[in-house]
Design a binder for this molecule. Structure first.
Ligand SMILES: [Zn+2]
Length: 484
């Protein structure tokens, strides 16, 4: 069956006109099956432009090479805030502004570690974000190696007190394994450990440690914690298995200053008919203080910004507003997402969808649908709603088949939009192929050279088509619990 894809065919504008008159203003998601036909021409233009344009690649190169990494509280983040706001203005966005967010200010300081027994070895470390430092002169202590929290618990205070605990856990996917980095320090402190070393959370490290935030338990003493490379962690694991007694020296100058003002950067392509309804696109502008924050998450910010810029440049004028939000402070506090939620609480019923890109630059395979905020509703109705919504998304996905981004599934949308999604906004996550992402994540190796230009172009195209169709289609993708 061949679809008529000639936009000049007379049935097309007539169908469009009729549907505008006849369709209820908010049809159910399942009634949007003609989307692929309706938006064929616009999608072709968006994809074509994204593929031939060098804009996204150039913008990301500037953000990475000229501005560099952007930890909350650092001059780099503030420079990025001003530069991206200016970039939005230059690209014709409306209502460009910065919304203040108070962010934590954590300073790494000087840090070093070495194994002192049974052999002398320098250890390449990265202190964990939000860690306290060591006392002046550092910490000298025996190292005890565990491969799991169960093993830590079985050692208990008798095996841990006064020692440095090294977590040499196997990598079993980021979600599960990151618990050792986040909760490991306080769980060891509970048994009297004086410091923690964590095997970098990732599939490989090429002798490069990967940092990331820890989360202290208020009930436990705060002890310093640093990531070591997979190479060092597994070596110490082997030495422990030989029955060797290990000692290490750890020095960290990390400290926490008072919170400082930063900002979420916001700019819009205003809707032509229903400007009060919003499709939000975003990523987070902050990064760790190593590498360039290229994949985490400079690229997500640029995908969102350039996708909207593309829609603007092609004069597509969608019915609803497309709002780009570059969130401050995801890495060590998630304050940007929370600040947006607070400030825009009364607008949430008018958010048609929020789409986040924060899983690197692997070619998007489609989008993950996140209806977490509606859990607790009637189970059968929710199931039906999920199916209808996925069906509507798959219809949009037909427009993305050629760039391999037609796959729609349910799943987690993103950290930055999680608080508005939990409050009922429909969340979508750009479903990047994660291959390779956690190899460089939160490390010195997260740099621009790993950004594949062709994949970036496809990601911008997928984001632009999804954003445009959601902003322009006659009905909303999903009805809110509370009507707008
Ligand atoms: Zn991120």
């Amino acid at each position: 069956v061949s679809r008529n894809r000639n936009p000049k065919a007379t049935f097309f504008p007539v169908a469009l006109l009729l549907s505008t008159i006849l369709l209820p203003t908010t049809p159910r998601a399942g009634e949007t099956g003609d989307i692929a036909q309706r938006y064929h021409e616009e999608a072709a233009r968006l994809i074509g432009e994204a593929i031939v344009s060098n804009d996204a690649y150039e913008s990301l190169e500037y953000l990475c090479d000229v501005i560099g990494h952007r930890l909350s509280g650092s001059p780099g983040l503030e420079q990025a805030v001003d530069w991206t706001a200016d970039l939005m203005r230059r690209k014709g966005f409306s209502n460009v502004h910065e919304e203040e967010v108070m962010v934590p200010v954590w300073i790494r300081g000087e840090e070093s570690a070495r194994l002192t027994a049974p052999v002398e070895r320098e250890l390449n470390i990265l202190g964990l974000g939000m860690s306290v430092g060591t006392p002046p002169g550092g910490i000298d202590a025996e190292v005890v190696v565990v491969e799991s929290f169960d093993e830590l618990d079985s050692l208990g205070a008798a095996g841990v007190r006064g020692k440095i605990v090294l977590y040499n856990q196997e990598y079993r996917g980021y979600g599960g394994t990151a618990a050792y980095r986040m909760d490991g320090p306080s769980r060891a402190a509970k048994y009297g450990a004086v410091a923690v070393l964590v095997r970098s959370v990732g599939p490989v490290s090429l002798n490069t440690p990967h940092t990331g935030t820890l989360i202290y338990d208020e009930e436990q003493p705060r002890i310093p914690a640093a990531a070591v490379t997979i190479e060092a962690a597994t070596m110490m694991g082997r030495l422990a298995r030989r029955g060797e007694t290990m000692r290490a020296h750890l020095e960290m100058g990390a400290r926490q200053l008072d919170d400082a003002p930063s900002a979420n950067v916001i700019g819009e392509i205003p809707g032509s008919e229903r400007p009060e309804e919003i499709v939000l696109l975003g990523g987070h502008l902050d990064s760790w203080d190593v590498g360039q924050g290229a994949q985490d998450d400079g690229v997500g910010c640029i995908i969102a910004l350039e996708a909207a810029a593309l829609i603007r440049r092609l004069d597509l004028a969608p019915r609803r507003t497309i709002r780009v939000v570059l969130f401050a402070n995801e890495e060590n506090g998630t304050r940007g997402g929370k600040a947006y939620h607070e400030r825009h609480a009364d607008e949430l019923p008018r958010h048609v969808a929020a789409i986040e890109s924060d899983l690197g630059n692997g070619a998007a395979r489609g989008f993950r649908l996140d209806l977490r905020g509606r859990e607790g509703e009637d189970e059968e109705e929710l199931e039906e709603l999920r199916d209808e919504t996925l069906a509507a998304m798959r219809s949009i996905g037909e427009l993305l088949e050629l760039i391999g981004a037609s796959g729609m599934r349910t799943g987690w949308s993103g950290v930055n939009i999680s608080s508005i999604v939990a409050d009922g906004v429909t969340g979508l996550g750009l479903d990047h192929d994660p291959e390779g992402y956690f190899d460089v994540h939160h490390s010195e190796a997260d740099t621009f050279d790993k950004i594949d230009r062709g994949q970036l172009a496809k990601n911008v195209a997928a984001m632009a088509v999804m954003a445009y169709v959601l902003a322009d289609m006659p009905g909303r993708l999903v009805q809110n619990r509370v009507a707008p």
